[in-house]
Design a protein. Structure first.
Length: 95
């Protein structure tokens, strides 16, 4: 289970409002949360410091999904995506 899925589960599960609760906590759309869930990591803006979704998720889950782990997973996910793009492989969900 990726960390986004873990956060959704902690907030009620995918069918019981967890996605909507995560969207509200991060002030994003339900569709944005679905993209994060499909990718398994947060948007690139999290790495540039433009957004602070990891901290919002950590607060919403009361620390059960730590911001540091989300930031690490996001960094690793984007590194994989960029590497796959360099080698011509499909990088997963469109951004």
């Amino acid at each position: 289970m990726n960390l986004i899925a873990k956060a959704i589960a902690r907030l009620g599960g995918p069918d019981n409002g967890g996605k909507r609760a995560l969207a509200e906590a991060c002030d994003v759309t339900y569709q944005a949360v679905n993209r994060w869930l499909a990718r398994g990591y947060l948007p690139h803006t999290e790495l540039t410091g433009k957004t602070r979704y990891a901290q919002a998720i950590a607060r919403a889950t009361r620390g059960h999904v730590p911001a540091k782990l989300l930031q690490t997973a996001t960094r690793q996910g984007w590194q994989r995506a960029f590497q796959q793009q360099k080698t011509g492989q499909r990088a997963g969900v469109e951004h």
